[in-house]
Design a protein around this ligand. Sequence first.
Ligand SMILES: [Zn+2]
Length: 220
Amino acid sequence: MTTGVRLVLLGRQGAGKGTQCVRLSRHYVIPHISTGDMLRAAVREGTEFGRKAKEIMDRGELVSDEVIGGVVDERLSQDDARHRGYILDGFPRTVPQAELLEKITTDAPLTLVIDLVVPTDVVLERLASRRVCGDCGANYSLETPPKYGWVCDNCGGDVIQRADDTPEAIQKRLDLYERETAPLIEWYQERHLLVEVDGLGPAEDVTDRLTQAIEHRRSA
Ligand SMILES: [Zn+2]
């Protein structure tokens, strides 16, 4: 089975990746597979893995490749992803993870890897104002708050600033991202899988650019 659209979306935190993943997931009717969300769910449920992961993430570090790769492999094996495709968010972050993903997807290789590009000053500004629903993970910001107080429009949960959205933790993540992802982008460029898309402007415009890039690839 090689129909469907199988995507990886790259981009620094604050590039609008989460929002665009949700929009693309609706557009193509494919699951949005966020390793961050899967991890946070495990942390919230307090599983053994979740507690270990929390310790690591609280230090601003990342969980091991074997663990994340296993979780991703399991998820991609489910029917919806096998039949319709998927959009991967948060994995791979490094070249070894990309090699792992290449093995996982041997039978149905990726359609396209998209790098969502936004300048650093814009990213920092967006991250400082970011707020998130502690229950369902819906995204808000100081500019786009929920309708009533800091109560989630979707589920009524508390909308908060993430504990890991402190300036120090943000800077640490951006530095780590640059260090690890620059070689990853090069790796996908060499395989002619990568396309850069401008992430500035209204969300609808960015989505249009993304679907154009995807359609262009699918018709090639
Ligand atoms: Zn919510």
